[in-house]
Design a protein around this ligand. Structure first.
Ligand code: HGY
Ligand code: MN
Ligand code: MN
Length: 416
């Protein structure tokens, strides 16, 4: 396939303006975003993306999980499209770029090809995957998982948020439940641009991460039960303190992850304490353990050691315990051909780059199961993400979108 000319570049100012425009929807309280999936703010962001796609001459399809597919025709209507995208939903205290850069970077490719009247043999489809974050409705990467056939649609519709609202009902409520069968679309390839969400690229002064692999993830929800009682008048020997049990278990999570350093991580980001009253010993806690590693055996070892150790802690303290696997995926090896297209693009464009393993999960990790897939990463300031202070430079965004465009356009085959 003919490679694009090195002077084919996106319009970085326009991309940045679109990022700032989208960031106005679902603003956080500290400069980031709170545009959680299937909220009114998510619906508003989807409408803005829809309007921009219409203005760029794209035709929009929406499937039964709310995944959005904006199509630019190729010269060969029968050729499988090259898909490019990410997610518009954010964490409750999220940044402006996590996911959004990948969706709007895909749109910027279309805008640039339109400006230059460049045609490709394969159609190109810009994609917004529903509920990548998994914060309101666990697990993460839910809709791309259903699309890839690894998660079940009716089960997904029944998932409830903390207020008992169901995924399927919320998707209907915001008006983004489409008609298309999920996963019916076939892809020639899929590319995703994403901020690194870690410190490596910035620390090494690299503009581009060529993502060869993604680490695997395991989410276990733990429910520990003790006995609510007065924090003042209950003698220490009589207490059934579920909160203390959780504290010991969280220390166990940390110890297990450190035992596999440097290629493993572990923490609990979700913690609910009941009744969460200052003068009541917690009778119940619910928390989610997040283990990750590039190595599947390491993940399995961490899961098994935690399961055993948490049960021992509960038994010693006379507490009840339930453990439920609520999310996970194996480590990912991306498609060599697509990874090479990304690396060649960075070379051609003269951007410094290095191979990198994605620490975070992405929709691409699931889509890799159904089509040749690769990712492009750009640095982020201090490696910070899932924090309203998440920040990138316009230059990093532009470099990432340039590389994304070259990989997509080369794979979609420019028609001279
Ligand atoms: O959890 C993840 O890795 C992704 O950011 N949802
Ligand atoms: Mn993301
Ligand atoms: Mn995220």
């Amino acid at each position: 396939m003919a490679a694009p000319a090195a002077n084919l570049k996106i319009n970085g100012e326009r991309l940045w303006d679109s990022l700032m425009e989208m960031a106005k929807i679902g603003p956080g309280v500290a400069g980031g975003n709170n545009r959680q999936t299937l909220t009114d703010e998510d619906g508003e962001g989807r409408h803005l993306f829809q309007d921009w796609c219409t203005a760029a001459g794209l035709t929009m399809g929406v499937d039964q999980m709310g995944n959005m597919f904006a199509r630019r025709e190729g010269t060969d209507p029968d050729a499988l499209p090259v898909y490019v995208g990410s997610h518009l939903d954010t964490q409750p205290t999220g940044g402006k770029y996590d996911g959004v850069l990948g969706v709007l970077g895909g749109l910027e490719i279309i805008r640039t090809l339109n400006d230059l009247d460049i045609k490709t043999k394969h159609p190109i489809v810009v994609t917004n995957w529903t509920n990548e974050e998994g914060t309101r409705f666990a697990p993460a990467m839910l809709a791309s998982g259903v699309f890839a056939g690894v998660l079940e649609q009716d089960w997904a519709y029944g998932i409830e948020d903390a207020n008992g609202k169901k995924f399927g009902e919320e998707l209907e409520r915001i008006g983004w439940k489409g008609e298309e069968e999920v996963g019916a679309r076939k892809m020639h390839a899929f590319f995703e641009l994403h901020i690194e969400q870690g410190p490596i690229l910035e620390a090494e002064g690299k503009e581009i991460g060529v993502v060869t692999h993604g680490q695997g993830l395991s989410w276990t929800q733990v429910t520990v039960t003790g006995k609510d009682s007065h924090t003042g008048s209950t003698p220490m020997p009589m207490r059934k303190n579920a909160g203390l049990g959780m504290a010991k278990m969280l220390q166990l999570v940390d110890d297990i992850a450190w035992s596999h350093k440097p290629d493993a991580v572990g923490a609990a980001g979700h913690i609910d304490v009941f009744p969460n009253s200052r003068n009541v010993i917690p009778g119940k806690v619910v928390f989610t353990v997040d283990f990750r590693s590039p190595d599947l055996d390491t993940i399995t070892d961490m899961e098994q050691r935690f399961d055993k150790g948490a049960r021992e802690i509960a038994a010693e303290m006379g507490l009840g315990i339930e453990l439920e696997k609520v999310g996970g995926f194996d480590p990912v090896t991306f498609d060599e051909g697509c990874v090479t297209a990304v690396r060649d693009a960075a070379e051609r464009l003269g951007y410094s780059h290095r191979n990198i393993i994605s620490g975070a999960g992405h929709d691409a990790c699931w889509i890799n199961k159904s089509a040749p897939t690769a990712m492009v990463m750009c640095p982020c300031v201090d490696g910070l993400s899932h924090n309203e202070a998440e920040d990138i430079s316009k230059e990093w965004a532009t470099a990432g979108a340039d590389v994304l465009m070259h990989a997509v356009v080369e794979t979609a085959e420019i028609v001279e």
